[in-house]
Design a protein around this ligand. Structure first.
Ligand SMILES: [Zn+2]
Ligand SMILES: [Zn+2]
Ligand SMILES: [Zn+2]
Ligand SMILES: [Zn+2]
Ligand SMILES: [Zn+2]
Ligand SMILES: [Zn+2]
Length: 258
């Protein structure tokens, strides 16, 4: 694949993923920072990079999002920015640095590949990064998390506890965000020892829900239509997308959160 000019295609406003904006204005026209792409999972229409405050279900990973997205202007098809821009592989991601991770477009049934995410423990229903060597799998949204991060809900940096600590100490953790017992990995503040945050709750701070004041609906079936996209999904890696927007953009998007 020929490498296209990075400067003309780079996504300049990457910090927006963690920026706190209470009411982002809808951007309805294309400017030099917005992109129209033809995505392999929805080849019939072009998708526009757009910021809307409303909740949506990403047709790639089947998880919620708000704010930044790629949206079809002719039908309901929407993708997270990080799903639309997902690179074919991630090398030395901070949550699984020992092996490289491969982008998959559909859940794997059977075999030894997990059907739930090793970070948030929720099931994987669409796009995922999976380890080429071991069983590790995670949602594209969870790939936006890193082992040490600052979240808008707490003043100090939080560090992700090891998976064994998260599992064995489950009942002792009190998540300040949901105040509930949930499975999955857990962040802890290194300064105030008592502050914990589930990775699944931290996700809402990287998928746009938190900054747009949206609580994730508990029952996904009550929101949106997730079914009916299978016929549009073309199996395979994101080669087509990368050809159209230039190699390196997707990886750059994932680099920002490390
Ligand atoms: Zn997605
Ligand atoms: Zn469409
Ligand atoms: Zn996950
Ligand atoms: Zn691995
Ligand atoms: Zn929580
Ligand atoms: Zn703290």
């Amino acid at each position: 694949m020929s490498r296209m000019s990075r400067t003309s295609y780079s996504i300049t406003n990457k910090s927006a993923l963690m920026e706190i904006r209470t009411s982002p204005p809808p951007i309805l026209e294309e400017d030099d920072k917005k992109y129209q792409i033809l995505h392999f999972s929805h080849p019939q229409h072009t998708l526009l990079q757009i910021t809307l405050p409303s909740l949506f279900t990403c047709m790639g990973c089947k998880e919620f999002g708000a704010g930044n997205r790629f949206k079809c202007l002719q039908c309901d098809f929407e993708l997270h920015e990080f799903c639309a821009m997902a690179p074919p592989s991630l090398k030395s991601h901070s949550l699984h640095s020992q092996h490289s991770l491969i982008f998959f477009t559909k859940p794997v049934k059977g075999g030894n590949l997990r059907s739930s995410c090793d970070v948030c423990s929720k099931s994987i229903k669409g796009y995922a990064f999976r380890c080429s060597t071991c069983n590790f799998s995670m949602h594209p949204c969870c790939a936006q998390l890193s082992w040490e991060m600052n979240f808008p809900v707490h003043a100090h940096n939080l560090k992700l506890l090891s998976s064994t600590m998260s599992a064995t100490g489950d009942s002792d953790f009190f998540c300040y965000e949901c105040k509930r017992k949930r499975s999955g990995r857990v962040y802890r503040c290194g300064v105030c020892d008592h502050y914990h945050l589930h990775a699944v709750c931290a996700k809402n701070m990287v998928n746009g829900l938190y900054v747009n004041g949206i609580k994730a609906p508990e029952n996904p079936s009550k929101f949106g239509k997730v079914v009916g996209v299978a016929s549009h999904v073309i199996l395979g890696l994101v080669g087509g997308l990368l050809e159209s927007i230039g190699e390196g953009v997707g990886e750059a998007l994932f680099d920002t959160m490390r």
